[in-house]
Design a binder for this molecule. Structure first.
Ligand SMILES: [Zn+2]
Length: 86
């Protein structure tokens, strides 16, 4: 099975799977880009899309200035959203 290292909301590469290697054990960490808490707002495709819509409506800000930018545009990053959560 595919292990997803990317944020379900924004597609950021966490460097580790936010939902674990089985996709069923969220680490409850906060995405440095969209600030979703893995296991909370992204628990279903519907909740993920709703959270993404509100993040995009705020201008899709990069939340954590301490984390180096990945060099992608929001649009490029969103292409990495795991299948089923687009
Ligand atoms: Zn994110």
């Amino acid at each position: 099975m595919t292990v997803h290292h990317h944020c379900r909301v924004c597609g950021y590469d966490w460097g580790e799977p936010p939902w674990g290697i089985t996709g069923e054990t969220p680490n409850f960490e906060i995405c440095p880009v969209c600030e979703v808490e893995a296991g909370y707002e992204d628990h279903s495709p519907e909740s993920t899309r709703a959270y993404r819509a509100s993040w995009l409506a705020r201008g899709a800000p990069w939340a954590d200035a301490e984390v180096p930018h990945d060099g992608l545009t929001t649009e490029e990053r969103l292409r990495h959203v795991p299948a089923g959560f687009e």
